[in-house]
Design a protein around this ligand. Structure first.
Ligand code: GFB
Length: 328
């Protein structure tokens, strides 16, 4: 029988620290804020109207003024396969600027620790499965999201470069496909899971006999609830300090067609699932190896079906809430 991994010791306690969650209105940022509520730390935030993360001087001024001890870099321009494929300039420029500005400002202000959040799309399209961290930059990227991937790879490299040249304690976490409360449910720009929730819900309300999913339904994806991701980020912030980035996943993947069936079951839609093969499949598989994080003593807790039920409830709550201005 495999023995339980030893829990890595806390080397950077958050108690009493001032912690900036960049991107606190996004799905991951808001989950990190919820998770930090139990850590007895002071949380610093800034809305998009208060701070433009693409503006180097504004970011430097903000960090110098607020003097955070730690930064969770959860701010990013994100989107699903179609958004990535159709807005490559935005995905590349915005994410490069955000990563470079926050990293440089953190260095200049002597921030004690920073965690940069990337994405599993940083890995080559033909990477071995499950994908180890060492697969980074070993082959060509998936074309539908190479722009976003290049920006996220630059973010990892920035953290490593400032660690190497300036001794900064900057680390990177690479989450798999995330979902949960606060997700984007817009059908044109969202990721697959929130799109399926909306499609199944609206089809049920309309009494439709089918929903349409993009692509062939055969690609596999690994999903992780945003609250699990936030827990892993806080875990790494406190217990990990090294040059190498760390994969954050659930350890299991599922074909998109099976995911659609599961979502329909949770939402209560009994109709057919039809595929639209004029839409892209993207990469066929990107299950990450969780060995490094598991060896530190972390594992995910929220099962996919429970997580989908939670995301569905959050979707219903957001649908029934009065329209309000939101920015992250
Ligand atoms: O979640 P998703 O948009 O992004 O799509 P990626 C995952 C798979 O679900 C693809 C299929 O094979 C889609 O064709 N799919 C089926 C759908 N129906 C739908 C639908 O209604 N909406 C959407 N969006 N997909 C993203 C990257 O890749 O993953 C980002 O573009 C980022 O850069 C993110 O890395 C985590 O998993 O293909």
């Amino acid at each position: 029988m495999a023995s339980e991994p030893t829990l890595a010791p806390v080397i950077f306690p958050l108690k009493g620290k001032r912690v900036w969650v960049a991107g606190h209105r996004g799905m991951v940022g808001s989950a990190i804020v919820r998770r930090l509520a139990t850590e007895d730390c002071e949380i610093v935030t800034a809305t998009r109207s208060e701070l433009d993360l693409k503006d180097p001087a504004a970011v430097r001024h903000f960090v110098a003024d607020r003097k955070p001890d730690a930064i969770f870099m959860a701010a990013a321009k994100v989107g699903g396969i179609l958004a990535n494929d159709t807005m490559p300039a935005d995905f590349l420029y915005d994410n490069l600027m955000i990563a470079a500005n926050v990293t440089e400002a953190a260095y200049r202000s002597g921030v004690g620790k920073m965690l940069f959040l990337g994405s599993s799309c940083i890995y080559p399209k033909q990477a071995p499965q499950p994908i180890p961290e060492s697969a980074l930059l070993t082959g060509p990227l998936e074309p539908t999201n190479e722009w976003y991937a290049v920006a996220k790879i630059a973010g990892i490299k920035l953290a490593q470069a400032y660690r190497k040249q300036h001794g900064c304690d900057f680390i990177s976490a690479m989450p798999t496909n995330l979902y949960g409360p606060g997700d984007n449910f817009d059908l044109n720009t969202s990721h697959v899971l929130p799109a399926l929730i909306r499609k199944a819900h609206e089809a049920r309300l309309a009494g439709a006999d089918h929903i349409t999913i993009w692509g062939t339904g055969t690609p596999r994806r690994e999903f992780l609830h945003a609250d699990d991701c936030a827990d892993a980020c806080v875990f790494l912030m406190q217990r990990y300090s090294d040059h190498e980035h760390v994969n954050v996943g659930s350890g299991e993947d599922i074909p998109i067609l099976d995911l659609a069936r599961l979502v329909c079951e949770v939402v209560g839609f009994g109709g057919e699932i039809v595929t639209d093969t004029s839409k892209p499949d993207g990469t066929l598989r990107k299950l990450m190896s969780g060995d490094r994080l598991r060896a530190l003593g972390w594992q995910s807790r929220i099962g996919l079906k429970d997580g989908i039920a939670d995301a569905f409830q959050a979707f219903l709550a957001a649908e029934s809430a009065p329209a309000s201005a939101s920015a992250s």
